[in-house]
Design a protein around this ligand. Structure first.
Ligand SMILES: [Zn+2]
Length: 404
């Protein structure tokens, strides 16, 4: 909320008209209502001769604590050797500020700004942009009318040296798989060996999703994935990408694939499935001989063109029900998809991409980014119907949403 107010005042200081749109509240699983931060809609310049550029950014961050391994206080911007460290410095407060600074610079140099600006700044991106889609739809004919171009600076460079322009993102379909036994946790001394344990069912379900080579085991999931053309395969050969550097950034010893092309194809071009956590399982240090009554597994699928969200949802549900039925468990199974974001892809030859290449004035990598950052990105295009580009302003080594 504080950050939203700060962003609004920064825009107002530029002379922009600022409208903080109230998004109401969000109901938590326990029934509690939490107010959502407002979305800022700012407007600067209305010259009908100039094109209108809409800039999207977010000023919320993922949680960070010193104990997570930060060398400095994550909420105090700290300069070390010319680099700025702090939560959000790269994702995404820094890029938002860069755009505000760019307008300030034009002003300070008394240069005419060749475009009209519209700013949309939100504070819920890291939580799935709650409430944003509804606002986009409502504002389609109002705030977004007359927008010619959309720019989102919320992604990564691929290498340390070459700037990157993103022309696509994978989608993200998040799933909950819930297994419920009785209405209370049990003790393994009293019940271990005579009950169908929900956590055992869940682990079997989660284990059925992906094989050790990373291949998704859900029947039909690859059916709609666009076939890889020879021309596209060639594009991957010329991309500058340092496997060792990426490996060092990740802290892991080995990737699933060894060639640059295979790694990039599996990051951008093919779907992937990740398992994120289990709610309700005992996870604290030490021993507790509990048999949890209800556990919820959380996983997500990064889907690619032309996988359809509703089909993916159906395939996941059918697969899990099928695996579960073979266990003859009396426990209750529930599968849901609380978040679904479609993949997005743009034409790298449209005018905005050409302008971006000119602006960067150096050789660029065009990439489909390795991480979908903002579930609603495709919707801007569908609601606004304009060109969109995403110049990346941060390096992979900036470790967005990680420690410094
Ligand atoms: Zn971001």
């Amino acid at each position: 909320m504080q950050m939203m107010a700060l962003a609004a005042s920064k825009l107002a200081a530029l002379g922009a008209t600022v409208n903080s749109v109230n998004l109401g509240s969000h109901q938590l699983p326990d029934g509690q209502h939490l107010p959502l931060p407002p979305v800022i809609l700012g407007e600067l310049g209305k010259d009908p001769q100039n094109p209108t550029v809409c800039f999207y950014g977010h000023v919320d961050v993922q949680p960070a604590r010193r104990e997570d391994g930060w060398k400095t206080d994550p909420y105090t911007l700290t300069e070390i050797d010319g680099n700025l460290y702090g939560r959000g410095s790269t994702d995404n407060k820094g890029p938002v500020l860069a755009w505000i600074n760019a307008v300030e610079t034009f002003r300070a140099l008394k240069l005419a700004i060749p475009v009209n600006f519209k700013f949309i700044i939100e504070g819920m991106e890291e939580a799935g942009s709650l409430g944003l889609e509804k606002l986009l739809e409502e504002e389609k004919q109002c705030f977004f009318s007359g927008v010619d171009f959309i720019v989102i600076s919320d992604n990564l460079w691929l290498s340390k040296k070459k700037p990157a322009l993103t022309y696509g993102t994978r989608g993200n379909a998040c799933f909950f798989v819930e297994v419920e036994g009785g209405d209370k946790d049990l003790h393994s001394g009293t019940f271990g060996g005579i009950v169908h344990e929900p956590l055992m069912d869940l682990i079997a379900l989660l284990d059925s999703l992906v094989d050790p080579t990373g291949h998704i085991q859900i029947p039909g999931i690859y059916d709609s994935v666009a076939a890889l053309t020879e021309e596209e395969r060639k594009l991957y050969e010329s991309i500058e990408y340092d496997i060792e550097e990426h490996k060092n950034n990740s802290g892991v010893k080995k990737f699933l694939y060894s060639s640059k092309e295979e790694i990039l194809l599996h990051l951008w071009r093919y779907p992937s499935l990740s398992i994120h956590g289990i709610e309700g399982a005992f996870h604290e240090p030490g021993i507790k001989t509990v048999i949890p009554a209800k556990v919820i597994g959380k996983f997500s699928i990064r889907q690619v063109p032309y996988m359809d969200l509703s089909v993916v949802k159906q395939q996941v549900e059918e697969h899990l029900k099928n695996v579960f039925s073979k266990r003859n468990s009396p426990n209750k199974l529930k599968v849901s998809m609380p978040l679904g974001a479609k993949p997005w892809v743009a034409d790298v030859n449209d005018p905005l991409y050409k302008a971006a290449r000119r602006a960067i004035k150096t050789d660029t990598t065009t990439l489909k980014e390795p991480k979908c950052l903002q579930p609603s990105s495709w919707r801007y295009q569908s609601y606004v119907g304009s060109y969109m580009k995403r110049p990346a302003q941060r390096l992979t080594t900036d470790r967005p949403s990680s420690q410094n």
